[in-house]
Design a protein around this ligand. Structure first.
Ligand SMILES: [Zn+2]
Length: 401
């Protein structure tokens, strides 16, 4: 339980702490409940509550009459008071979402990714799509806290740009954050997609069961987002979570790192598609449809597709067990743009492979959860990042006032 402080210098911290508690409670919380949970004095709490009501982010509910004395008035989140835009740049699809202060998606769009630098700069498209999303939703700009962009790593967190992601050639050397900020007039944050996905899961995790968790992201590439003590792990440069070179299939396909059977190449969508007999040398934009087809075949009893999923489940299980042995999280959330297309065929196989792993050293076994944010997870996570940056109380926030 995080506690507040009655010192005036930490007013902002108290405000975010109180807002976070209100946000996570379904029926709202009274001032006395909030005082009890935060350790704040009644006077401090009352000041914080008034400021939150003044911003419109919190509203007073109807008094709850119970027993004698003045009935307590619950304070509730006003979800429609603020919004954030989330954009996920992925080699297979660009996803745009608008979320409200509760993290609920109120608008959603998908666009084909920009084909490459030979087709001009990708940024004007991105900015006009973000602007159009806001116009269509009829949301006033002063209600929008900012834009979060999630993209495959590695990212340059300091400059807010992407560092030559192999499958997104259009974005090489583009000053993403600064240009998008200029073109939309909104603050922009850039985050690695797996970190954004973990942020999104933590944001919607009302019961706070994901204190320690691994988010396994399956898109055009693989990666993990980690949560320790309910805080997403970014690492020093914002690039934590690269697991592509964990060797999971000794003697497997060659990887550009020089080894064989690295996770990234072992479970690469194009490999699965080719081995299942659905085409060689396929393009990222085709992968989701082809993986969907492969899943249908496996579910209909196609032995070749089934065998590829068996092998993939073994590889994923090895990687998950190794990560879980390291972190002792016992909870793996799995999602990403490719996962939704194969989960029906792969998840039961994966659960079996995890349960029978001889390499697991933790005592509880791994609980596998589907993402609550579906295929939008990284885009919603990027939007939640904007909400998170503005409103989630972290003890570290005390250091910067
Ligand atoms: Zn490798």
């Amino acid at each position: 339980m995080r506690r507040g402080s009655n010192l005036p210098a930490v007013g902002t911290y108290n405000q975010t702490l109180v807002l976070d508690l209100i946000r996570r409670s379904a029926d709202g919380l009274s001032r006395s409940e909030l005082a009890e949970r935060t350790g704040l004095s009644a006077q401090t709490l009352s000041n914080v509550a008034r400021r939150l009501v003044d911003t419109g982010m919190v509203v007073e509910g109807a008094p709850v009459v119970a027993g004698k004395g003045k009935p307590p008035t619950p304070l509730r989140l006003n979800p429609q008071s603020r919004f954030a835009v989330g954009i996920h740049l992925d080699p297979a699809v660009d996803t745009f979402v608008l979320v409200d202060l509760a993290g609920t998606v109120v608008a959603h769009e998908e666009h084909a990714p920009h084909p490459g630098p030979e087709h001009g700069m990708p940024l004007p498209d991105l900015a006009s799509r973000a602007n159009e999303l806001l116009d269509r939703a009829g949301v006033r700009r002063d209600r929008v806290l900012g834009i979060g962009v999630a993209a495959p790593g590695p990212i340059d967190a300091e400059r807010g740009s992407l560092l030559e992601p192999p499958m997104l050639p259009a974005w090489h050397h583009v000053p993403l954050r600064d240009s998008l900020q200029q073109a939309t007039g909104l603050p922009v944050t850039v985050e690695k997609d797996v970190v954004a996905a973990m942020v999104g899961e933590l944001w919607v995790d009302a019961s706070q069961g994901l204190g320690e968790a691994i988010f396994f992201y399956y898109g055009a590439g693989v990666g993990v987002g980690l949560a320790v003590d309910a805080t997403p792990v970014r690492g020093r440069t914002g690039n934590a979570g690269d697991v592509a070179h964990l060797v999971v299939e000794p003697g497997g396909p060659a990887c550009r790192c020089g080894n064989r059977g690295c996770l990234g190449v072992a479970v690469a969508p194009e490999r699965l598609i080719e081995d299942a007999g659905l085409g060689a040398g396929t393009a990222p934009a085709e992968w989701r449809a082809l993986l969907g087809e492969m899943t249908e075949r496996a579910l209909a009893g196609d032995a070749r597709a089934g065998a590829v999923f068996d092998r993939t489940a073994e590889s994923l299980a090895r990687a998950m067990v190794a990560m879980n042995n390291l972190l002792d999280a016992d909870v793996v959330v799995i999602g990403g743009p490719m996962w939704s297309r194969i989960s029906r065929a792969l998840e039961p196989r994966l659960a079996r492979a995890l349960a029978t792993s001889t390499e697991s050293t933790t005592t509880r076994g791994i609980e596998l959860l589907g993402t609550r944010l579906h295929t939008d997870v990284a885009a919603v996570g990027a939007a939640c990042l904007v909400l998170d940056g503005a409103f989630t109380a972290r003890p570290a926030g005390l250091m910067i006032g």
